[in-house]
Design a protein around this ligand. Structure first.
Ligand SMILES: Nc1nc2c(ncn2[C@@H]2O[C@H](COP(=O)(O)OP(=O)(O)OP(=O)(O)O)[C@@H](O)[C@H]2O)c(=O)[nH]1
Ligand SMILES: [Mg+2]
Length: 641
């Protein structure tokens, strides 16, 4: 391990460069540090690559049992096998010529809904590893993250990953990547990117596909050689941009970011420059530097490095921590606006308060306010009703992950159907559009085109290769709600669907949502197999026998368009059959138990999903049958008028 004193060392780049480079002359660089982010479309292998970067730089003991995707440390990340939050780590790499270089690495999520995580963290780095799957090639996510990093003029290293795949086509994919750079208006200097071929899963990197290699050495060498060292004048007044917030049970809030200039020492008085212009006093109580999966306490840290600071209770993402002598804030990146919103509503169902720990308006409001402090792409607005918060994010998954996280923390609440966020652009009503790429076996092309056509999708390209077809569409974001599950069924699980935010376009007209009505429970009670059996010909159930239900709760889907009120609690008279629970005498179709995301996609405007630590229930907003009828009549009259 490298002693922390090495932070004080820096080399000025002017020692290395020719004397003619006057501009760089005054800019000191930390040649012992490189700061990189790993960016890609979802699943192209970022977190797996980080595993091996950690392993090959001695992060783990020789005989230590280490799992895969260690950076995906939170529970939902592990369950879903995707990265949700961008995270920092660092490794020390010894170059071929014997220098020790600290490489700060940001592992970013590839899923479009978490793109805000990529945007906020790119300010920390000087270069990016753009991973591209050697078989899939560049996909919408690749384009999005590349565009963001080209805008910041970060040095790209293209990593063609998964060259071990049977269907790998690394050279073609490299051409496609080059085309993508061109289409994004990359400068000549950006087009001159270095390329590395990888099998992240085995920890192998090569400069040419034919090369022999059994390590990531060539990748590390490329990082050290091609990514510019961070500017790092440790003699200037201290300034750091906070790009991540973390919590620590003992220390409270930690601000994580890159030190742009100067040096910070433990206990030093500092100013927090808030985004609204307020300047607040603070004192640094702990300084951590990153090393593998650990954070190491240090007494001081200098420009160019990425550190975590404790002692600034009120600091937010995008704010500057600075020395009193120069409180001019550092510029932050702009984060793209949310495209989808949902109402989070205090639970007022008959079962309210029975399963959750935090159920009040105040609980919900405080939790959402806390979320805003680190979830930069999220927005929360108050509404006319104190019990309703309008929460906006970058997609269904972005919001679903928040809902799932809160539910696991003990919160109980209801959510409404997601709605896209419209905008008036030049006085024209406009809506968010998604760039969709679909790969399907040829036989499903027809159904997919038909389905997306109904959803106002516009086909842009179609390409056939070896029995598969790749089709590109522009589809209104609202048309994609509920599409994924239909698509999976229609293509018998063989289809692959990718989409990313494309931009706003004029409103495309009405899109029909659900074609089937809800099956609504008549009265409070416990669902009985016998009653369900009598109804199952005309419906699909979302609950199992034995489930507690309330009047107005949705228990399934009707095969017709209208809602149908049913009595699922009615027991058979005359016989001595058991009143509830599974019953051997009746054969019930297995219910369609909806996941949180499926429930959110399914509900209509007059329905809620009720979320508690133990249950996901669907319900009508108006659970009283008479009131509901009155309200829907009123609505129909309004529409007619
Ligand atoms: N065949 C092959 N599979 C790989 C390789 N690298 C990663 N994978 C697999 O690809 C899948 C996705 O890997 P991750 O590392 O989670 O991908 P990611 O880019 O971090 O995904 P997100 O963070 O969710 O965007 C896993 O099943 C990996 O085992 C490789 O070099 N070859
Ligand atoms: Mg990942």
């Amino acid at each position: 391990m490298v002693p922390m004193q090495s932070f004080r060392e820096y080399e000025s780049v002017n020692n290395l460069l020719s004397i003619g480079a006057n501009l760089v002359h005054t800019m000191k660089k930390r040649n012992d540090i490189r700061n990189i982010a790993i960016i890609a479309h979802v699943d192209h292998g970022k977190t797996t690559l980080v595993d091996h970067m950690l392993r090959q730089t001695g992060t783990f003991r020789a005989n230590q049992e280490v799992g895969t995707r260690v950076m995906d440390s939170n529970e939902l990340e592990r369950e879903r096998g995707i990265t949700i939050l961008a995270k920092n780590t660092a490794v020390f790499y010894k170059t071929k010529d014997g220098r020790e270089v600290k490489i700060n690495i940001v592992d970013t999520p590839g899923h479009a809904d978490f793109a805000g995580e990529v945007e906020r963290t790119l300010k920390m780095v000087d270069g990016v590893l753009l991973l591209v799957d050697a078989a899939e090639g560049p996909l919408p996510g690749t384009k999005f993250v590349l565009k963001k990093s080209l805008e910041l003029d970060l040095q790209p290293i293209v990593v063609i990953n998964k060259i071990d795949r049977k269907d790998a086509r690394p050279h073609e994919v490299l051409d496609e990547v080059f085309e993508l750079f061109l289409s994004l208006g990359a400068s000549d200097h950006q087009l001159d990117f270095p390329t590395v071929y990888c099998i992240a899963k085995q920890g192998i990197a090569k400069r040419e596909v034919e090369d022999e290699s059994n390590s990531l050495g060539p990748l590390f060498e490329a990082i050290v050689a091609k990514v510019p060292p961070p500017p790092g004048d440790t003699a200037l007044a201290f300034k750091m941009l906070v790009t991540t917030i973390d919590y620590n049970d003992y220390l409270g809030r930690l601000g994580i970011g890159r030190i742009f200039q100067g040096t910070i020492r433990l206990g030093a008085p500092m100013k927090v420059v808030h985004r609204d212009g307020r300047v607040e006093d603070a004192r640094v109580t702990k300084i951590y530097s990153f090393e593998g999966l650990k954070r190491i306490e240090v007494n001081e840290a200098g420009a160019g490095d990425i550190v975590a600071l404790a002692g600034m209770e009120d600091v937010e993402i995008g704010e500057t921590i600075a020395d009193a002598s120069d409180t001019e804030p550092l510029p932050f990146v702009s984060i793209e606006e949310p495209t989808l919103s949902m109402n989070f509503v205090v639970n007022n169902s008959p079962f309210a308060g029975q399963e959750g720990k935090y159920v009040t308006t105040r609980n919900l409001g405080e939790r959402l306010a806390r979320e805003l402090r680190s979830n930069v792409a999220l927005r929360v607005e108050l509404t006319e009703s104190p019990d309703v918060f309008k929460v906006s994010g970058r997609g269904e998954l972005h919001l679903a992950i928040l809902i799932e996280t809160m539910r696991r923390e003990g919160y109980e609440f209801q959510v409404s159907r997601p709605e896209v966020i419209y905008k008036r652009i030049d006085d024209v009503l406009s809506e968010p559009m998604e760039h969709v790429i679909i790969d399907v076996p040829d036989e499903y092309v027809g159904v997919v085109i038909e389905n997306l056509g109904r959803r106002k999708g516009e086909m842009k390209h179609m390409l056939q290769f070896q029995g598969n077809t790749r089709i590109e569409f522009l589809v209104p974001a609202r048309g994609l709600i509920g599409f994924r599950s239909e698509f999976m069924t229609q293509t018998k699980g063989t289809g692959i669907l990718h989409h990313n935010f494309h931009g706003y376009e004029p409103f495309k007209g009405e899109i029909a949502h659900r074609t089937r009505g809800a099956l609504v429970a008549l009265e409070n009670g416990v669902a009985v197999a016998y009653a369900m059996w009598k109804l199952q010909e005309r419906s699909t159930f979302f609950i199992e026998p034995g489930t507690r239900v309330y009047a107005g709760m949705i228990v399934g889907e009707n095969s017709r368009e209208q809602d149908m009120v049913v009595n699922v609690c009615k027991t058979k008279q005359l016989t001595n059959m058991r009143a509830s629970g599974a019953d051997e005498a009746v054969r019930l179709e297995p219910p369609r138990l909806l996941t949180l995301e499926q429930a959110i996609e399914w509900i209509a405007d007059d329905e809620y999903v009720e979320v508690t630590p133990q249950s996901i229930r669907l319900r009508k907003k108006y659970i009283d049958h008479n009131e509901r009828n009155r309200m829907s009549k009123k609505k129909a009259e309004l529409v007619e008028a």
